[in-house]
Write a protein of this length. Structure first.
Length: 115
């Protein structure tokens, strides 16, 4: 059994001038059916969890393969846990999921890691 996944980090959408084109390039790569990806994980620092950025997370959740989000330190700089939870559509800042009988654990070390 082979599990294939893509991991990315530090898009910093709100701070990088070419973030939109980098996001589109990432989604294009993920959508390449020759990769046969089982899931995608963001390791954090994606974007600020604000209403204006909701289309970013929606793009990732709507790629056609499972997307998992890990809270990064910059994701929670000017926000609270409730905003992050609602934005990322997660219940806890840590969780697990299973793919082909392999358990993956998403942890974080942000200030919300004990919730």
């Amino acid at each position: 059994m082979i599990v294939r996944f893509l991991v990315f980090s530090d898009l910093h959408y709100d701070y990088i001038f070419d973030a939109e084109s980098r996001l589109d390039a990432l989604i294009s790569k993920i959508s390449d059916s020759s990769l046969h990806l089982d899931f995608v994980v963001s390791l954090g620092d994606l974007c600020c969890p604000i209403k204006e950025n909701k289309p970013i997370i929606r793009k990732l959740y709507n790629m056609g393969i499972p997307f998992y989000y890990c809270v990064g330190n910059h994701d929670c700089e000017n926000s609270n846990w409730q905003a992050i939870k609602n934005f990322a559509e997660i219940k806890k800042p840590y969780y697990s999921f299973v793919v082909d009988e392999i358990k993956f654990i998403v942890l974080n070390i942000s200030r919300y890691s004990s919730m």
